[in-house]
Write a protein that binds this ligand. Structure first.
Ligand code: G6Q
Length: 557
């Protein structure tokens, strides 16, 4: 299977569609959302998209129908559609690692063929899926037991990055579907506190460990896995390891060398990128938490978004719409960051997961053909669930000096109906999008203060503080309820959004060379911390820090 050749794209500034967008942006100028809504009574209908029960309202954006046309033109000019088609054809679009990008194949229900890298992978994918779902069901039903014959009450997933964030996010998102299942914990950080605090209170007899590592060489994961193994062996003896450890990996040799039985290992493939791997056996923790049927529904939801992405014209295409709007603010409004704000407590880790997916995929300064990019690329992505964020950082969103485009997520039906809680939550979600978009003018602020009885200098002194500039764009994603199918749709939607933006900037969204240098340097510093190495090779700052460590540390001193 040949690699997809990197296109020789001109710099954005020389692209005709980009230039047309520049003129258009100048014409639009400082147009306000108040004006855009006043001029077009059908704006909501025209600017919102749907897929099943999922409504995506993009009307509160500083764009017109013409802006969207020009953005779609730009996407075509940058080859977004052909790159998308190449991904779905299983081509090696991850050029620097010479790999196909096949996470879509993991959620394809069949019938096959589903071709990745020139091979029909459908049979292999289904076989491993059935194996790990059967394992999950056995654990849940108590058919698979620990060394002493007891059922598992706790499952600890040990992994980091893509082998942690996606599954941890999904297990939390689907918490209402986990009733009666073993409790699933996630340990990722090499900071011993993470494992220690997790294991404190767990019973080794009833604890199952899943070591999730595509490469099975990751320093943090192996350190945690070794310590977990020692904890288990101290309580139950060496013979217990086989019954209490499973591995999710592509590296069978290393798994077996660690002492995990080959029949407790669930494989996947090098064409599954770490941050796109929750659909593979890396999702075993999710399957144990929610059961096989719900895991299948998660896959089905994602597949429905794959089909939408693959088949819908760019003008009505959800991932493309989100990507193009994000691009518009980065290039034409100087936006440097973007926020994901779920009004859905169970999506508390959604922003953290997409922080990795987005920033590791598109935080690049070099194009696919090796030339530097000559403009901004991926945004700084962040977010916390509402309404907590309102009492923390929304001040900056409303009245600060930066534009932060926001993506709100909310469910029509609550996961837990509890008195008035859900209407309260939703009224806050809707109010925030309104306040961001339409703000409060000086005249309105003055009138309000006047109504409150303030007059003269006291009133004038407060007016500027009470003004909300508005024109702060947001997308609202409003779905029926956060069930597995919907979660699958949402995750795939944001994955493909990142893909589209990568295509616009012509960066390889599927490698992550930027994480390598720190790893290599840590390996060089480790012996120095142990007191084995020579300080001479270190820069003055790092040397000073190491000396401070040595002077205070009981181990080093
Ligand atoms: C994700 C990255 C990275 C990776 C971790 C864990 O796309 O590749 O976050 O998932 O470094 O790697 P292993 O699964 O190999 O331990």
């Amino acid at each position: 299977m040949p690699k997809t050749r990197p296109p020789a794209l001109p710099p954005l500034s020389e692209s005709p569609a980009f230039q047309a967008l520049q003129s258009h942006a100048a014409e639009l100028g400082q147009v306000s959302l108040r004006t855009l809504f006043a001029e077009d009574p059908k704006r909501f209908e025209q600017h919102s998209l749907r897929l099943g029960d999922l409504l995506v309202d993009t009307s509160k954006h500083l764009v017109t129908a013409r802006t969207l046309e020009l953005l779609a033109e730009l996407a075509r000019e940058r080859g977004l559609e052909s790159l998308r088609d190449a991904m779905f054809a299983g081509e090696r679009i991850n050029l620097t690692e010479d790999r196909a990008v096949g996470h879509f194949a993991l959620r394809h229900p069949g019938p096959g063929p589903v071709v990745v890298d020139g091979r029909d992978v459908h049979g292999d994918v289904r076989q491993v899926l059935e194996q790990f779902l059967a394992f999950a069901e056995d654990v849940r039903a108590g058919r698979r037991r620990g060394h002493g014959g007891q059922t598992f009450t706790d499952v600890v997933n040990i992994g980091i990055g893509g082998s942690d964030l996606g599954p941890a996010m999904a297990v939390m998102a689907l918490a209402p579907y986990t009733v009666g299942a073993p409790k699933v914990h996630f340990v990722s950080n090499v900071d011993g506190s993470h494992l220690w605090e997790t294991l404190r209170g767990l019973d080794p007899v009833r604890t199952l460990f899943l070591v999730a590592s595509k490469t099975f060489t990751t320093q943090e994961t192996l350190a945690n896995a070794r310590s977990a193994r020692a904890w288990l062996v101290a309580a139950l003896g060496e013979g217990a390891v086989g019954d209490h450890f499973a591995a999710l990996s592509t590296n069978e040799r290393a798994v077996v060398a660690f002492g995990i039985r080959a029949d407790n290992m669930f494989a996947f493939w090098d064409w599954v990128g770490g941050r796109y791997s929750l659909w593979s056996s890396i999702g075993l923790s999710i399957a144990i938490a929610v059961g096989a049927q719900n895991f299948r529904a998660l896959l089905a939801g994602a597949h429905s978004m794959d089909r939408h992405f693959a088949e819908t014209p760019l003008e009505r295409n959800l991932p493309a719409r989100l990507a193009l709007l994000g691009f518009w603010y980065i290039h034409f409004h100087g936006a440097e960051s973007a926020a994901i704000l779920p009004y859905d407590q169970n999506l508390s880790r959604f922003a953290a997961h997409f922080q990795q997916v987005d920033m590791e995929s598109n935080g690049k300064g070099v194009q696919r053909d090796g030339r530097p990019v000559n403009g901004p690329t991926g945004p700084i992505l962040w977010g916390e669930p509402g309404t907590n964020g309102q009492h923390a950082f929304y001040q900056l969103l409303h009245q600060g000096t930066r534009m932060v485009p926001c993506e709100f997520l909310a469910a029509v039906e609550p996961s837990h109906p509890l008195g008035e809680h859900h209407p309260l939550l939703l009224s806050n979600f809707l109010a925030q999008t309104q306040a961001l978009a339409f703000g409060k003018t000086e005249a309105e602020a003055r009138r309000e203060l006047d109504d409150a009885g303030l007059r003269g200098a006291a009133l004038e002194a407060l007016v500027p503080h009470k003004v909300f500039p508005g024109n702060r764009p947001s997308t609202s994603l409003f779905y029926r309820r956060l069930d597995p199918h919907t979660l699958g749709q949402l995750i795939a939607l944001f994955e493909h959004k990142v893909f589209c933006q990568g295509a616009l900037w012509n960066v390889n969204s599927f490698d992550q060379w930027g994480v390598e240098l720190g790893k290599a340097l840590a390996n060089r510093i480790l012996p120095v911390l142990r007191g084995e190495g020579d300080l001479g090779g270190l820069d003055a700052s790092t040397r000073g820090l190491v000396e401070h460590f040595r002077s205070l540390s009981t181990a080093g001193g």
